[in-house]
Design a binder for this molecule. Structure first.
Ligand code: DC
Length: 224
């Protein structure tokens, strides 16, 4: 904490697939190090949600681009974007170069000028370390087995929707991994200089402790 006050801007990039634990880790890191936090999945989910509520097809590139260009976070502030349908729509719009281009400036600006006058930001997503903030001082790639991620997602979603099963959740996770990792523009992948953490057998506290050790080590190297 003390060391951070002497460092200049600190950007932490956290990438990884759905339900890997990257959101939980990112929120905790932002709080602990006194940084702003942006869950960039909200932007893609927001665009997907807006399209679904207007009965637009998320695959329609022209409509998706227009929706992304006009997008504001305020427009989805009260929306329920944490559903499997919105996740699927988000993954579809996220594969489109024009959508990504429209959402890029907001993310870079958030990192460069974090709200609240704090010293930096944690951004989580799929392409933070590779495309949005390639110069981030600290990069993580958080993974877990598809089966474990499906179990976590299923636990979160089954109370909201009784038709969801573990099998359909696993299929959904695998389909999204393939789409997010296989697309041409900014595919999900670990940056070469990212620290890999597999959370399959780790709880949130253990992941947080490992990440903090890595950050503190990186800050020491930077100061030296
Ligand atoms: O992290 P999430 O499940 O909320 O993300 C929803 C979708 O958005 C995901 O399928 C991929 C896409 N996404 C992306 O392509 N790039 C990001 N930086 C964040 C999310």
């Amino acid at each position: 904490m003390k060391r951070l006050m002497t460092a200049s801007s600190l950007i932490i990039a956290v990438d990884g697939p759905a339900a890997s634990g990257k959101g939980t880790l990112s929120r905790r890191l932002a709080q602990y190090y006194g940084l702003a936090y942006l869950d960039t999945g909200v932007l893609y989910r927001g665009v997907g949600w807006l399209m679904l509520t207007q009965n637009l097809d998320p695959r329609d590139e022209e409509q998706a681009a227009m929706t992304a260009q006009a997008f504001t976070l305020a427009a989805v502030a009260d929306a329920d974007i944490r559903t499997p349908d919105v996740g699927r729509a988000a993954s579809l719009v996220a594969a489109q170069p024009q959508v990504r281009a429209a959402l890029l400036a907001y993310q870079r600006d958030f990192a460069a000028n974090p709200p609240g006058g704090v010293r930096g930001a944690v951004l989580d997503g799929r392409d933070i370390g590779t495309v949005i903030c390639p110069d981030a001082l600290v990069k993580f790639f958080i993974t877990a087995s598809p089966e474990e991620r499906a179990r976590r997602r299923y636990k979160d979603h089954r109370a909201k929707d009784a038709s969801i099963t573990l099998d359909t959740t696993l299929e959904d996770i695998k389909r999204r991994d393939a789409r997010d990792g296989g697309r041409e523009t900014a595919p999900m992948r670990a940056a070469e200089d990212a620290e890999l953490i597999d959370t399959t057998t780790l709880d949130a506290d253990a992941v947080f402790a490992r990440a903090c050790r890595y950050i503190d080590k990186s800050l020491k190297v930077e100061d030296a």
